[in-house]
Design a protein around this ligand. Structure first.
Ligand SMILES: [Zn+2]
Length: 172
């Protein structure tokens, strides 16, 4: 999927905060943490949004030499992401969880790409969640649909924050 789709869907990881703690001003920042985390797996793709944002500076780290949709899209990176996310604890008690969820949303969504992901890296086998003929290419209508849905839920997130709507289930 495109970077903007990953970002918006990752931003929705912030919803988890409503389930854990009473809301505070940091809830306005949490979607940004989830969204940025959701862009990170594509550090291995030099054409990805995350590289464009940094004007190629990230290439100096040479991590784009890692095979695309391998290590950064695999299960073995998740414990490292969780560990690293602990650094965000001083920002907000839910920040590590939202960072991790945002990150994980990326390989999950990529699992619907016809190319699949090397979820069991270092095994080079590509896995996808659907038969290949049902999988969707980056930039297709499903990509746009997911982006739209992400924006919609994102809007509801802020509507709940500003109490424009009252979702008693999550705010109870
Ligand atoms: Zn990806």
């Amino acid at each position: 999927m495109t970077g903007k789709t990953h970002f918006v869907l990752g931003a929705n990881a912030a919803w988890a905060a409503y389930l854990i703690v009473p809301k505070d001003m940091w809830f306005l920042l949490l979607p940004l943490i989830g969204g940025i985390a959701a862009l990170l797996p594509d550090l291995d793709n030099r054409h990805a949004t995350v590289h464009q944002w940094t004007k190629g500076l990230l290439r100096l780290l040479l991590i784009d030499r890692v095979r695309h949709r391998s290590l950064f899209h695999s299960l073995i990176i998740i414990p490292l992401v969780m560990l690293g996310s602990a650094l965000l604890l001083p920002i907000h008690v839910t920040a590590p969880l939202i960072f991790t969820l945002g990150y994980m949303s990326h390989p999950f969504i990529d699992g619907f790409n016809p190319q699949g992901c090397e979820f069991l890296y270092p095994s080079k086998k590509n896995y996808m969640f659907l038969p290949r003929f049902l999988c969707v290419d980056t930039g297709g209508w499903v990509d746009s649909g997911l982006f739209g849905l992400g924006i919609l839920f994102f809007a509801v997130y802020f509507a709940v924050f500003f109490e424009l709507i009252n979702v008693s289930l999550v705010l109870s």
